[in-house]
Design a protein around this ligand. Structure first.
Ligand SMILES: [Zn+2]
Ligand SMILES: [Zn+2]
Length: 226
C-alpha cells in the first residue's frame, strides 16, 4: 500500500535510492509541493535536484495489486480512457501497454507488449465478480512436514474478486514470500490440495461450504511441480 494515500498502489513507482514505493501521482504531487528540496516521503532521504531521475516504475508491485484487485485496475483504465476522450487527446500507447502484461509475464518486461486496441477488461457482472473475504495462512497440519511450513503473511486477511484462481494466489505468495517459483507452493482448503484453475468462489461453494465464516485457505511448500 502507498504510504502517501493509504490506498493500494496505482502506477507504483519506486525511489531507486531507498527502494520505497508509492503511487506515481502521489510521488509527483509530493515532489511538486516540495519544489527543489525533494526527499523520500517515508525515509526523508534527499533526492537529486530532479527527483524524476530517481524513480522507476515498479511493474512487479503493480501487477500484484492489479491481479489481487482486478476491479480497481478496470475502473482506473476506464477513467483514463474517459479522461483523454473528453479532451480529444489520443491515449498514449504506454498507458495501454499495462493491459497486455499479465502477472505471468516477465517482471518489468513487456517493452514489446503494446497494443492499439482499447482496454478489454470490461465484462458483465456475474456471480464470480462477487468480492470474497478470505484468510490465507500457512498450513501447519499433520500432513505438512516441518520443512514445508512457509512464513506467515503480514496481512493474512484478504478481500478480492471471487474469480481469482489458485494459480494467482500462488503467484501472490511467490512474490510476498520471495519464493523462487510457484511450482513449489501448494494451496489447500480443509487439508485438501486445490488445483490451479479453481476460483475462490468455486472453492467457497464446493469445498468450504460454510457461508457463516470467511473462507480459509492454507499454503505450504511442496516438491517442485511443472
Ligand atoms: Zn498513493
Ligand atoms: Zn525512502
Amino acid at each position: 500500500m502507498c504510504r502517501l494515500c493509504d490506498g493500494y498502489f496505482r502506477d507504483a513507482h519506486t525511489i531507486v535510492e531507498c527502494m520505497h514505493t508509492f503511487c506515481k501521482s502521489c510521488l509527483l504531487r509530493e515532489f511538486h509541493t516540495r519544489q527543489n528540496k525533494a526527499t523520500c516521503p517515508h525515509c526523508k532521504m534527499a533526492l537529486a535536484a530532479n527527483p524524476l531521475n530517481s524513480i522507476i516504475a515498479d511493474h512487479t508491485m503493480q501487477e500484484v495489486v492489479d491481479k489481487i484487485f482486478p476491479e480497481m485496475a478496470e475502473r482506473d483504465d476506464a477513467a483514463k480512457v474517459a479522461f483523454y476522450d473528453e479532451r480529444g487527446i489520443a491515449l498514449q500507447e504506454q498507458h495501454r501497454a499495462r493491459d497486455a502484461e499479465g502477472l505471468g509475464g516477465a517482471a518489468g518486461g513487456g517493452a514489446g507488449a503494446q497494443q492499439a486496441a482499447p482496454p478489454k477488461r470490461k465484462k458483465k457482472s456475474t456471480d464470480e465478480d462477487e468480492a470474497i473475504s478470505f484468510k490465507l495462512a500457512p498450513d501447519t497440519g499433520d500432513g505438512t512436514p516441518p520443512g514445508m511450513v512457509l512464513q506467515t503473511l503480514d496481512k493474512p486477511f484478504l478481500r478480492t474478486s471471487g474469480k481469482l484462481k489458485v494459480v494467482h494466489l500462488k503467484k501472490y505468495l511467490m512474490k510476498k514470500l520471495a519464493l523462487p517459483s510457484i511450482g513449489g507452493i501448494e494451496i489447500l482448503c480443509k487439508s485438501e490440495t486445490l488445483g490451479p484453475e479453481l476460483s475462490l468462489i468455486f472453492i467457497s461453494k464446493s469445498r468450504w461450504l460454510d457461508p457463516e465464516h470467511d473462507l480459509e485457505l492454507n499454503y505450504r511448500g511442496c516438491e517442485e511441480q511443472t
